[in-house]
Design a protein around this ligand. Sequence first.
Ligand SMILES: NC(=O)c1ccc[n+]([C@@H]2O[C@H](COP(=O)([O-])OP(=O)(O)OC[C@H]3O[C@@H](n4cnc5c(N)ncnc54)[C@H](O)[C@@H]3O)[C@@H](O)[C@H]2O)c1
Length: 263
Amino acid sequence: MFNFLGFNEGVPIVVTGAGSGIGEAIALTAAKLGLRVSAWDLVEAAAKRTADAIAAAGGEARAIGVDAANRSAVVEAWRQTTEAFGPVGCLAAAAGPPSFSGREFMDGVTTAIDCVRLPTEVWLEQPDAGSRAAVYLSSVQGPRYGAGVPWYTVAKSAVDAYMRSLAGMRPGGIRANAILPDWIYTPRTEQYVNATGGLAWEANPMGRIGVAQDVASAALFLLSPAAQYLNGLSLEVDGGSKLRSLAWLRMHDASGSGPKSAR
Ligand SMILES: NC(=O)c1ccc[n+]([C@@H]2O[C@H](COP(=O)([O-])OP(=O)(O)OC[C@H]3O[C@@H](n4cnc5c(N)ncnc54)[C@H](O)[C@@H]3O)[C@@H](O)[C@H]2O)c1
């Protein structure tokens, strides 16, 4: 069968934040596609759960407990990864602090950017796999929303800008792209989403909230050889949420012309 994405069997990938939500879905999807996964997470037990799930499904994974925002921990994680898998050509950087973690402004911004910068910088010190593709988890909160938690908006814009600097300069030949999700239902957001009913997707043209697999599918495509000419993209995985506002929806509902069938 035609292998559209074009990954060679067994190519290694590092996934940060692989113990939960989007990172977990990226790790599981990568393994289904035949990649060998180095599953990094701050919570080692969570990384191990993901690695065990991959192994139980017949894949290959290694769990590493690591703070992606700590350089010496990242150096050690890369050492273990390279020792186990050899040169790595794919990096999916999903780890980052939650917006509602009550951080001071600069702490939030610095931690979020270090979570993508340090794994990348130390990656560039590793043996060359022949090609490098990276995908970074930003958010529509970066370019789109001015409200909410200021440090998170700034941090996610910075992650996107960091990606663009890599895509433009291409250190180590990196091909870099970012994914900007709108609301995605994950362990991080489920409590808030449940508490606010359908608010997170009421105006979304797709009529539902995003799920981690929506992001994972986009991430694996961007990392794959099929996307070899895609570089510097900020891909919004949002179901088209920017195309409608709640006010727009209410007005159309009130006039009887709302696209209720699409919800
Ligand atoms: N869920 C959403 O609605 C949404 C929307 C836009 C962007 N994002 C971004 O997607 C990414 C994943 O979000 P999620 O909803 O899957 O979150 P999640 O909390 O479900 O999972 C995040 C994982 O990252 C790990 N992690 C956090 N800090 C880390 C660090 N310093 N080092 C290593 N691992 C660390 C956590 O332990 C956790 O297992 C985040 O960067 C988030 O900002 C999420």
